[in-house]
Design a protein around this ligand. Structure first.
Ligand code: PEP
Ligand code: MG
Length: 601
């Protein structure tokens, strides 16, 4: 077979070379045969036993995940336990057995089919990703009921290590992965935030997701090179390709080490402008890396993990402890706690499951919080309580209107008063800022700056809403262009509004971790960036290479251009004088002699 290159999404770095092992794990086939009336009770008992067995298996996988990847990753399995414990599921299957005389396996499969249909049509990215959990649960329960072997990597354990090629690895299979046996993972489905991606990353196995039709384009035994930096899978490569990929891998790792060595240096441009580079935290586990990379505080602490995939929202007490802990870890730098950004791609627990035609334009973020004070108020109290001990700020997501900020401030003030009256130790107030992530907020940034203490640009959503491009749709990935002049003009306006009102304006979307965009953002006047902890060394290093004056000239000229491509090309050309961009491009070979000294500047 000829050499082929398949392009996907890089989710876990590293290069692996080896034979492919194509695996297809699917739910077993269920025979469609009805049961007799006298068998009903026995079928129900079989169901109960199979569910108990599945729970035990999942608990074992959870323990294994906790051991290999940490407690936070292990919580992924809690979602599966919740499925098994769901009362609707149990009574639904029970009814199908009793009323329709379906066998336990048939009834269970029908219920899974119904759930799958419901979850797929909500448009919620989070529920889409949870489909892997459903598959895991379905396979486990059906295998038990039908008496067939449960899928396990034991069956596929090869003599030589392999690159595993699959449609999508379920969480249970991902934790079974053995670094000795599995060199890397290539999946046809999945995204940067799917379970398999998260687990592969924390276990340290290179992985690429969303490889189109990879199951049909690769055969077991073919040699493949998986490049978890560039997001590619090369099939039957030439020797020179293999060597080049391995060389690049070595160089990238060296570069990462060099960049990390400069983490303690301030992010100061060559002409003396100092930036604050803060960390985005999605999970508390990321705190250590953010500290190691010397983040200047936390610019965005996402709190959805306190809700998503759990039976209930963390209590006020638990939240206050967590916020206090993170605040203390970064003292004296600020920690910005974002209130729950639920709905859209993140499902609200405790709220009614509403089907929305356009969830991204629907009941989400600040809209949910203001409509559900029983969720919002405890979070506000927790922030106020933690703020008695740490430099905390509160940030509101997806703001589009001035009254959303004013109402939130009223609630903060009410809760502060109530805490004081109850004699609970808490701050008298906290700074309340907003995320600017809709065109509406960007256009009225001047008005919002009058009522908010600080602004932070969420470019992930701002680009999505400005360009009408779904941020999670792989088919539109090419159109998701933060350098589009429309986005650039909005960014310039937001920075201007912040300066005029003397408010801090930061950028906390993914754009802030792209080196060329860092140049443009500095040029547009942003002085605070917030990025995922692994990106901190690179962003700080980039700031140290550039001059703020040159960046401003570049941004001014870029604002006059007509297309995203022109802006990108122009910015790359301009910054190219200061930085060797080949160092930053995961797919290009690095120069033979990397200028190591400059990394520490
Ligand atoms: C954003 O939209 O840019 C952002 C930082 O928020 P999130 O990615 O959590 O929506
Ligand atoms: Mg957002």
């Amino acid at each position: 077979m000829p050499h082929r290159i398949i392009k996907g999404i890089a989710v876990s770095p590293g290069v692996a070379v080896g034979p492919a092992l194509v695996v297809r794990w699917e739910a077993p086939v269920v025979p469609d045969k009805p049961i007799a009336a006298h068998q009903v009770q026995a079928e129900v008992e079989r169901l109960v036993a199979a569910l108990a067995h599945a729970k035990e298996r999942i608990a074992r996988s959870r323990a294994k995940a906790a051991e290999r990847a940490g407690e936070e990753e292990a919580r992924i399995f809690d979602a599966q336990l919740l499925i098994l414990e769901d009362r609707d599921l149990r009574t639904g299957v029970d009814r199908l057995i009793r009323d329709n005389h379906f066998s336990a396996e048939r009834a269970f499969q029908l219920k899974m089919l119904e759930w799958r249909g419901l979850w797929s049509t909500t448009g919620s990215a989070m529920l889409q990703e949870r489909l892997a959990d459903l598959t895991d649960v379905e396979i486990l329960v059906l295998s038990q009921l039908l008496g067939v072997a449960e899928p396990s990597l034991e069956q596929a354990r090869p003599d030589t290590p392999v690159v595993l090629v699959a449609r999508d690895l379920t969480p249970a299979l991902t934790v079974q992965l053995d670094r000795e046996a599995v060199l890397a993972i290539a999946c046809e489905e999945g995204t940067r935030t799917s379970h398999a991606a998260i687990l592969a990353h924390s276990i340290g196995i290179p992985a690429v997701m969303a490889l189109p039709e990879v199951l049909d384009r690769v055969t077991t035994g073919e040699t493949v090179v998986l490049d978890g930096w560039a997001g590619t899978l090369q099939v039957e490569p030439a020797d020179s390709t293999v060597e080049a990929a391995q060389r690049r891998d070595r160089q990238r790792r060296e570069l990462e080490r060099d960049l990390e060595a400069g983490s303690e240096l301030p992010a100061q441009t060559t002409d003396g402008t100092t930036l604050a580079v803060r960390a985005n935290l999605d999970l508390p586990e990321e705190l250590d890396l953010a500290l190691r990379h010397q983040a200047d505080g936390v610019g965005l602490m996402r709190t959805e993990f306190l809700v998503a995939g759990r039976g209930q929202i963390s209590t006020e007490e638990e939240q206050a402890d967590l916020y206090r802990r993170v605040g203390a870890a970064f003292d004296p730098h600020p920690v910005v706690v974002r209130s729950f950004d639920l709905g859209g791609d993140k499902f609200p627990v405790g709220a009614k499951r509403i089907a929305e035609a356009n969830p991204m334009l629907g009941w989400r973020a600040i809209r949910v919080c203001l409509d559900q004070p029983e969720i919002f108020r405890p979070q506000l109290r927790a922030v106020l309580r933690a703020a008695a001990h740490a430099k905390l700020r509160l940030m509101l997501p997806l703001v589009t209107r001035v009254d959303e900020v004013l109402r939130s401030r009223e609630l903060v003030a009410e809760e502060a008063r109530a805490l004081r009256k109850a004699g609970v130790e808490a701050a008298a107030s906290v700074p309340v800022g907003i995320m600017v992530e809709t065109p509406a907020a960007a256009v009225i940034a001047d008005r919002l700056a009058e009522v908010a203490d600080f602004l932070s640009v969420g470019t992930n959503d701002l680009v999505q809403y400005t360009l009408a491009v779904d941020r999670g749709n792989a088919r539109l990935a090419e159109r998701f262009t933060p350098h589009h002049p429309a986005v650039l003009r909005l960014l310039a306006g937001i920075a201007r509004a912040g300066r005029a009102a003397n408010r801090e304006v930061s950028v906390c979307g993914e754009m802030a971790s792209d080196p060329v965009s860092v140049y443009l953002l500095v040029g547009l006047g942003f002085r605070v960036l917030s990025v995922a902890p692994p990106s901190l060394p690179l962003v700080k290093w980039m700031v140290r290479q550039i001059s703020a004056r040159d960046a401003a000239r570049c941004a001014e000229a870029a604002l006059e251009l007509a297309t995203a491509d022109e802006v990108s090309a122009f910015a790359r050309r301009t910054v190219g004088g200061a930085v060797d961009l080949r160092l930053l491009d995961p797919s290009s070979p690095l120069p033979a002699r990397a200028r190591r000294a400059s990394f520490r500047r």
